[in-house]
Design a binder for this molecule. Structure first.
Ligand code: GTP
Ligand code: MG
Length: 198
């Protein structure tokens, strides 16, 4: 592959939205998935990475209710997962979320990296901690990406780094990003490039 820039300036196409396991499209492309609380900035970050408004950004939390698959330059699959922790959802919806998302994360053969997004203003909330524990217990390796770094506090960042030390499945390195200011977008592009070149 020629360069990071050419990858991330290539066409980004919406492939499919899956609300059930059977709707998940078959793919041989290396895949990276973005998971995190509702409103953490998953869709915005995908748009910042690709320089296009491909993923829908929501004013109301809980908007992305299905797993959305995007193909970037037919080289890498980017996956926008529905957010968790949206207070207004029923227990049944929560259970469906767990089943669909955890099923996808555990069984997807071409999945190369799980990016767990944490809001750098809010830090690790109770439901983030729960997800991290589930990932640890399932042996699902994940890398934390801080979002909205234009609103961050150094204290939150340090606490997140400290907390990750007690989570065996977490990468020790985090990447701090802001879709609004563009901070950290290039390092994250470089990380994804490296993942798919491995
Ligand atoms: N200040 C700031 N706001 C951001 C940033 N990224 C996203 N937002 C805002 O956060 C809100 C949620 O962004 P989304 O990208 O839709 O978040 P999401 O995680 O996809 O949300 P769901 O699809 O509901 O799970 C929007 O109002 C964005 O404008 C950022 O880097 N900085
Ligand atoms: Mg979204």
């Amino acid at each position: 592959m020629s360069s990071i820039n050419s990858l991330f300036s290539s066409e980004c196409k919406f492939v499919a939205g899956a609300a059930t396991f059977s709707q998940i499209p078959l793919s041989k492309l290396p895949e990276v998935a973005f998971v995190g609380r509702s409103n953490v900035g998953k869709s915005s970050l995908i748009n910042s990475l690709t320089g296009k408004a491909t993923a829908r950004v929501s004013k109301t939390p809980g908007r992305t209710q299905q797993i959305n698959f995007f193909s970037l330059g037919n080289k890498v699959s980017l996956v926008d997962l529905p957010g968790y922790g949206y207070a207004a959802v029923s227990k049944q919806t929560r259970m469906q979320w767990d089943k669909l998302i955890l099923g996808y994360l555990q069984h997807r053969k071409n999945l190369r990296r799980i990016f767990l997004l944490i809001d750098s203003k809010l830090g690790i909330k109770q439901n983030d901690a729960e997800i991290m524990e589930i990932f640890d217990s399932l042996g699902l390796i994940y890398q934390v990406i801080l979002t909205k770094s234009d609103k961050k506090s150094a204290e939150v960042e340090n606490t997140v780094i400290q907390t990750l030390r007690s989570h065996p499945a977490a990468f020790p390195q985090i990447i701090s990003t802001s879709s609004r200011k563009g901070e950290g977008v290039k390092p994250l592009q470089a990380e994804i490039f490296q993942i798919i070149c491995q």
